[in-house]
Design a protein around this ligand. Structure first.
Ligand code: ARG
Length: 474
């Protein structure tokens, strides 16, 4: 279907068609394009631009197109440049002459911006919902972990023991911020561009507020130029997904380390591990590595779009078509990763003995010794120096720390007891800290937060359990 027969001759060069056709990927917008077209038709009817009968036949044709797309009987043809052309071509074939009225007062510029906002709204909810599923796995594993502990690290050096549950929930809270950001992005993009036309609105009595309401948007655009030129919501979506990807990458990196022979803190379930084509003994953490690897791609998509946007004069420019593939790909890839990591974490076997052995080194209690001295009245700097000196002596003279502590006049037996395996972690009692009582409270707070986020997602229209394929371009 050619959209500009009047002005230009028929013969679009083959190369032009090849470089500009987008239906191969924007077909995922079909559901949103039909929703947008339905609202537009209703708006045309309400304003008296088309008759009630014309509204009915256009809506019936749009329903038929939706059904044909769902059945797979309607497929893009050679002349269908994009999803908008495909839908309009088929509506015109089904509805006859009235089909020619569908595009009245509308441009593909406000149409595509509308479609994309609708797509983002439903797809970001799916991402948020997949993220909540992963958080749920972390919560379950954190609860099960009970009193198990491992070394907490700074600078990748053992620092202080922490409960395994505390460590797992650290990732959970990062994901909670991701969910919050995704929902906030959805709230911000909740503005309808429909009625902005090509760039300036219309001479016809269109009602952008009405169509915004039909589409479930909270508001209509304030400025028609901005409405068709704005892709902030795509950039935000790509940022949210990229930062979520960064969190998943850090989790992946950790599993790569922890499942290595050097750490040996966990064993991968066979179903979530891969083998080597050459080395028979290998069991590789490819899922965790892909979580790390895909993150580069997600960051690249965000950067790419920002660069695309930075030089664009107002209002619509065809460059904006380049927003879609990165967006669709980022959403699909992050959803695949979230689901694979959820399975990986659900099935990991923890090596509690290895973790505890690594955490039980006496220097993990060094700050507890210093804090004991503080409780007994010594200024912290002095206590820090005193304990640091004892640790240094223990290392230099190869004398067990516990012996030096026992024989020290300011420390003695009570202090030596702090070095017992499993004791230091119990002393992290402050709110949000790594010890058992604080973590028990944290588990409750985290669980409540998940319930709140599930409700927020449901209130925005769901997203749970949707297959990833729905957000992947075919
Ligand atoms: N496929 C185009 C896009 O994604 C649709 C809008 C085309 N508009 C135009 N005036 N050429 O941006």
């Amino acid at each position: 279907m050619t959209l500009w027969k009047g002005r230009l001759g028929d013969g679009m060069a083959e190369e032009v068609a090849a470089v500009s056709v987008s239906v191969g990927f924007d077909i995922v917008l079909a559901e949103d394009d039909i929703a947008g077209s339905r609202a537009h038709v209703q708006g045309l009817g309400k304003s008296g631009i088309i008759s009630t009968e014309e509204v009915q036949s256009l809506l019936a044709a749009l329903d038929r197109v939706a059904a044909e797309l769902a059945e797979g009987t309607l497929r893009p043809g050679p002349g269908d440049e994009d999803v908008h052309t495909l839908v309009e071509r088929r509506v015109t074939a089904l509805a006859g002459d009235v089909g020619a009225k569908l595009h009245t007062g509308r441009s593909r510029n406000d149409q595509v911006a509308t479609d994309l906002r609708l797509w983002c709204r439903r797809s970001l909810l799916k991402v948020a919902s997949d993220a909540v599923e992963l958080q749920d796995v972390l919560l379950r594993r954190a609860r099960e972990a009970g009193d198990a502990y491992l070394p907490g690290y700074t600078h990748l050096q053992r620092a202080q023991p922490v409960l395994l549950g505390h460590h797992l929930l650290a990732h959970g809270w990062a994901l909670a911020r991701d969910v919050d950001r995704l929902v906030a992005t959805i709230d911000r993009l909740d503005v309808s561009p429909l009625g902005a036309g090509a760039l300036a609105g219309s001479s016809l009595p269109l009602d952008p507020d009405y169509v915004a309401g039909v589409l479930g948007f909270s508001a209509r655009f304030e400025n028609s130029l901005d409405a068709v030129a704005d892709r902030d919501f795509v950039a935000e979506a790509l940022f949210d997904v990229a930062l979520l990807g960064v969190h998943l990458s850090r989790m992946g990196e950790e599993i790569v380390l922890w499942s290595s022979d050097e750490w040996d803190f966990c064993v991968l379930d066979d179903a979530y591990a891969t083998g080597s084509s050459m080395l028979p003994q290998k069991k590789n953490p490819d899922v965790a590595e892909l979580a790390r690897g895909k993150c580069g791609r997600l960051i690249g998509h965000l950067t790419g779009l920002l660069v695309t946007l930075k030089g664009l004069p107002l209002a619509y420019n065809r460059d904006l078509q380049e927003d879609k593939e990165p967006l669709f790909d980022s959403v699909a890839q992050v959803r695949l990763t979230l689901r694979a990591l959820a399975g990986l974490y659900a099935t990991l076997e923890w090596q509690h003995d290895r973790m505890q052995e690594a955490a039980d080194g006496p220097s993990g209690a060094a700050v507890d010794l210093a804090e004991l001295l503080v409780v007994n009245g010594m200024p912290f700097r002095q206590a820090h120096e005193l304990v640091g000196g004892i640790v240094r002596e223990s290392v230099a003279r190869h004398v067990p720390l516990v012996e030096l502590v026992q024989s020290h006049p300011d420390l003695g037996d009570a202090a030596a007891q702090l070095l017992e395996p499993g004791v230091p972690v119990t002393r992290r009692t402050t709110p949000g800290g790594a010890g058992p009582a604080a973590v028990a409270e944290q588990l409750e707070r985290f669980s409540r937060r998940l319930d709140v986020d599930r409700t927020r997602i449901a209130r925005h229209g769901g997203g749970a359990g949707a297959p990833v394929a729905e957000t992947v371009a075919e």
